[in-house]
Design a protein around this ligand. Structure first.
Ligand SMILES: Nc1nc2c(ncn2[C@@H]2O[C@H](COP(=O)(O)OP(=O)(O)OP(=O)(O)O)[C@@H](O)[C@H]2O)c(=O)[nH]1
Ligand SMILES: [Mg+2]
Length: 479
C-alpha cells in the first residue's frame, strides 16, 4: 500500500540495557524498535547497544559510546559547549517551567546556566559501561537518523542531534509518527494531532538556520513562544472538534447499547483485523506492519445471527506506548469497554506473546475494561508445531487456539461467541399492542423470537435475549 520511496533513510538504533532488564527482553525491545522504524519507512542498518547503570543525563550514552555512534553518522561525538549549549540549556529550563505551568515561563534567562557538557565521571563510569557487541553496519551511505529506544528529554534529544549531526527520534516519537501516517478517519487524525502537538511542544526550538540566533536569544525564545501559543490555540480547537464528534458517537453507541457486542483487543500485529475480516466479511485493512488499524470498526458477524452480534476491531497496544497516545485513543477504546465480551488476541508465534498480553491487560485495566468478560485467543498457531501447540494448551486449557486464515477455525470461534451470548440470554414474553405493530422490527433486532401468537390485545412473542434488552423492550411497548 505504501509507495516505495526511491531511497529509504538509513537509521542507527540505540538501546541501553538497564539493570533488571534481561538479555532476551533487551533484544526483543530492540527487535520491536526495528519493526517500528521499518514501518516508518527507514532502514535500520546498525544497532548500538550498551549496558549501563542508568541513562546518562546528557545524551543517554556514555561519552565513548557516543563517539562510536557519531563515527557512524559523521558527527563530532561531542556536545559543543558555549553559546549554543547555553541557549539550549536555558530553553530546556524554560520549557520545563512552561511544561509545569503552560501559561507562564517566558522570562527565564540563560545567565545562571551551567555548561551543557555532561559532568564527567558520574555518568561516564567506564566500569559500569559494557559494550554488548561491536557495531556492525550494513555498507552504504552514512545513516542520517538515530532512533533511541528510550524516552528522551528535549535536552537529551538536542544534545544527541548536535553530537551526531543526525536527526534524532525517540521511541515515542517514532510511534507518534506512525500514528500520524496511519490515521485515516477525521476522528483518528484529530486524536493523533493532539498527541503529536503535545509531544512536539516541549521539543520546539528555533530553526537551526542561525538568523534568529544572531538576533539574540530573546527573539528566538519569543518565536518559540509564538509557536507555542499557536499550538495551544490549535489544541483547543482540536479538543472542541473532537468533543463534537464524540458526542455524535456516544449517541450512536447509545443506540447500539442493547446489541450483542464483542471486541477484538490485543497487541499490535496480533491479527485482530484478520479475525475481524474473517468473522464479519468486512474489508478492513490487514497489514504486516505495526499500528495498521487506528480506527474502531464495528460490523455484524457473518453469517448474521438473530439478534445480530456486532464485532469491533480496535487499535493495537505496544509496550511503552506514549501516555498522550493512550489518552487520545481512550474514546476509541470505549468501544471495548462497552462490549459484553472481549477477545484477547495473541500472536502465539511471537516468543514474547506473554509480555505482549500483559501490556494489553494493563492498558485495559487502566480504562476499567478488565471487568468485561474475556476469552484468550491464541492466533497464528499455523506457525507452531504440534508440540508447541500441546504445550500451549496444557498451560492454558481455557484458551482458544486458531488461525485467522483457517475458515474452520473461524467458524469454531463464531460458535463459541454465539454460545457465550446464548448463555447470558433469558426467555421472556413480550406483548405488542396492535397499535404498535409497526415497531415489531425492534424486537427482531434485539432478540431471538422463539414463537409468536395473536390475541385480542396484540401479538404475544416468546423471545430470547439479554436481560437488559428485554427489560427495555418490555418497558417501551408498555408505554
Ligand atoms: N500465519 C498467520 N499470519 C497471520 C494470522 N493472522 C494474521 N496474520 C498476519 O499477521 C499480520 C498482522 O495482521 P493484522 O490482522 O493486520 O493484525 P492487527 O492485530 O490488526 O494489527 P494492528 O492493526 O497493526 O494492530 C498480517 O500480515 C496478517 O496476514 C494467522 O492466523 N496466521
Ligand atoms: Mg489491525
Amino acid at each position: 500500500m505504501a509507495k516505495t520511496l526511491p531511497e529509504r533513510p538509513r537509521a542507527v538504533l540505540v538501546g541501553v540495557q538497564l539493570p533488571g532488564v534481561t538479555d532476551e527482553a533487551h533484544a526483543a525491545d530492540l527487535a520491536e524498535l526495528k519493526r517500528l522504524v521499518h514501518t516508518l519507512g527507514f532502514d535500520a542498518v546498525a544497532t548500538l547497544s550498551q549496558r549501563r547503570q542508568r541513562l546518562a543525563t546528557g545524551t543517554v550514552l556514555g561519552s565513548g559510546k557516543l563517539k562510536e555512534l557519531a563515527a557512524l553518522t559523521g558527527g563530532t561525538g561531542v556536545i559543543p559547549s558555549g553559546a549554543q549549549g547555553k541557549a539550549s540549556k536555558a530553553r530546556e529550563k524554560w520549557e520545563a517551567e512552561a511544561d509545569a505551568n503552560p501559561e507562564a515561563g517566558t522570562e527565564a534567562s540563560g545567565d545562571t546556566d551551567v555548561d551543557a557538557e555532561e559532568p564527567s565521571g558520574e555518568d561516564d563510569d567506564a566500569a559500569t559501561d559494557l559494550d554488548l557487541e561491536a557495531t556492525a553496519i550494513e555498507p552504504g551511505p552514512k545513516p542520517t537518523v538515530v532512533v533511541v529506544d528510550h524516552e528522551l528529554s528535549p535536552g537529551q534529544l538536542r544534545n544527541l542531534e548536535r553530537a551526531t549531526g543526525a536527526q534524532v527520534l525517540d521511541r515515542a516519537g517514532v510511534i507518534v509518527d506512525i500514528f500520524h501516517r496511519h490515521a485515516k478517519s477525521h476522528e483518528a487524525r484529530m486524536q493523533v494531532e493532539i498527541a503529536r502537538l503535545n509531544y512536539l511542544a516541549p521539543r520546539l526550538r528555533e530553526s537551526s538556520g542561525g538568523s534568529e540566533r544572531q538576533q539574540g536569544r530573546g527573539s528566538g525564545d519569543s518565536a518559540v513562544e509564538l509557536d507555542r501559543r499557536k499550538i495551544r490555540d490549535r489544541l483547543a480547537e482540536l479538543r472542541e472538534g473532537l468533543a463534537a464528534i464524540q458526542k455524535d458517537q456516544d449517541q450512536r453507541r447509545y443506540a447500539r447499547r442493547d446489541q450483542l457486542r464483542v471486541a477484538l483487543v490485543g497487541y499490535t500485529n496480533a491479527g485482530k483485523s484478520s479475525l475481524m475480516r474473517a468473522l464479519t466479511g468486512s474489508a478492513v485493512l490487514v497489514a504486516d506492519q505495526l499500528f495498521a488499524t487506528l480506527d474502531t470498526t464495528v460490523r455484524a458477524m457473518q453469517p448474521e445471527t438473530r439478534p445480530r452480534i456486532l464485532v469491533s476491531d480496535t487499535v493495537g497496544f505496544i509496550q511503552k506506548l506514549p501516555h498522550d497516545l493512550v489518552a487520545s485513543f481512550r474514546s476509541t477504546l470505549d468501544e471495548a469497554l462497552e462490549a459484553s465480551l472481549l477477545l484477547y488476541v495473541v500472536d502465539a508465534s511471537d516468543p514474547t506473546w506473554a509480555a505482549q498480553l500483559e501490556v494489553t491487560r494493563t492498558v485495559l485495566r487502566e480504562i476499567g475494561a478488565d471487568v468485561v468478560p474475556g476469552r484468550l485467543i491464541f492466533n497464528k498457531v499455523d506457525r507452531l508445531d504440534a508440540a508447541a501447540r500441546e504445550a500451549l494448551s496444557a498451560a492454558h486449557p481455557e484458551a482458544i487456539q486458531l488461525s485467522a486464515h483457517q475458515p474452520d477455525d473461524v467458524a469454531m470461534l463464531r460458535k463459541q461467541v454465539i454460545a457465550f451470548f446464548e448463555a447470558s440470554m433469558v426467555e421472556a414474553d413480550l406483548v405488542i399492542p396492535y397499535a404498535r405493530q409497526a415497531r415489531i422490527g425492534e424486537v427482531y433486532e434485539h432478540t431471538t423470537v422463539v414463537s409468536q401468537a395473536y390475541d385480542e390485545t396484540g401479538s404475544r412473542l416468546r423471545v430470547r435475549g439479554l436481560p437488559g434488552a428485554i427489560a427495555r423492550l418490555t418497558r417501551s411497548f408498555q408505554e
